[in-house]
Design a binder for this molecule. Structure first.
Ligand code: MN
Length: 266
């Protein structure tokens, strides 16, 4: 056997994992897919971005899980436990037979092996955590039953109580019920609740777009919402003044008229 053939044989006998693991791997920000969490194991809108999936003999995975307000996992256990690092918002975690614990940005939670538990957002605030989980025999989680509203801490629904229609439902739910449902469930319960931007910053972006497009009808309700989300009158006036140079004088004048109406309301 010549030298080249010997060398080729030696390389081909190396375990595959040794070849794969000797390279530095960098997964760049923004390059990883973000997927909806499976509905059978979660309540509410939850998104998962896997940060690391183990290969070869390694068994620790890491993923970012983002919960909209009220969203949570089902009850479940992990064969080797789990560590949660809260990176946005405030949420809740509970072990079976334990009290509901509040968790917030910077908190690190360790779930012991085989202990039944759930984790998720608080009822009115979103929460995101990084979950680090080790698999045993290829399995990292055993899913159980959903966390009921009563277990989650929501008050029981009052029998026969009429539920207040959302703003979208009352504005156009009669003529376009699907659009009202999408507005409530996708736009407000999901996009507006995502932890990547504060509600104030989302209001600034939305108000700016509506000023630029000269949409006084939608601007009226979004200026009011912006004030509820922490923008001051002075900041809204500064925004429309700034946009006069980018969106055009007429759009800014229209926005000033809307602002006068909105500011006149308590
Ligand atoms: Mn868990």
């Amino acid at each position: 056997m010549n030298l080249l053939a010997t060398a080729t044989l030696a390389v081909s006998m190396l375990p595959l994992s040794a070849l794969a693991d000797d390279k530095l791997q960098i997964s760049r920000a923004g390059s990883r897919p973000v997927n909806a969490a499976p509905a059978q194991n979660f309540t509410g809108a939850v998104r998962v971005e896997m940060l690391h999936t183990p290969t070869g003999p390694a068994r620790a995975s890491a993923g970012t899980v983002s919960f909209t307000p009220g969203a949570r996992t089902a009850w479940h256990t992990h064969p080797l436990g789990q560590t949660l690092v809260v990176i946005a918002g405030t949420g809740r975690v509970q072990m079976w037979d334990g009290a509901i614990e509040n968790i917030q940005v910077g908190d690190v939670v360790h779930i012991p092996p085989h202990v039944k538990h759930w984790h998720g957002a608080a009822p009115t605030t979103a929460m995101a955590h990084i979950a680090i989980t080790e698999a045993q025999d290829g399995k990292a989680v055993d899913w159980l039953e959903p966390v009921s509203d009563a277990q989650y801490g929501l008050p029981p629904p009052v029998a026969n109580a009429p539920t207040a229609p959302s703003r979208a439902q009352s504005l156009f739910g009669d003529v376009a019920p699907k659009l009202a449902e999408l507005t409530d469930q996708v736009l407000f319960a999901d996009v507006w609740a995502r932890p990547g931007l504060s509600r104030r910053d989302r209001s600034l972006a939305t108000v700016s777009a509506l000023i630029a497009m000269n949409r006084p009808e939608q601007l009226r309700s979004h200026m009011a919402l912006a004030r509820a989300n922490g923008m001051t009158q002075e900041e809204l006036v500064e925004t429309l003044t700034h946009l006069a140079f980018y969106a055009g004088w007429p759009s800014a004048i229209t926005a000033a008229g809307v602002a006068r109406e909105v500011f006149a309301k308590p």
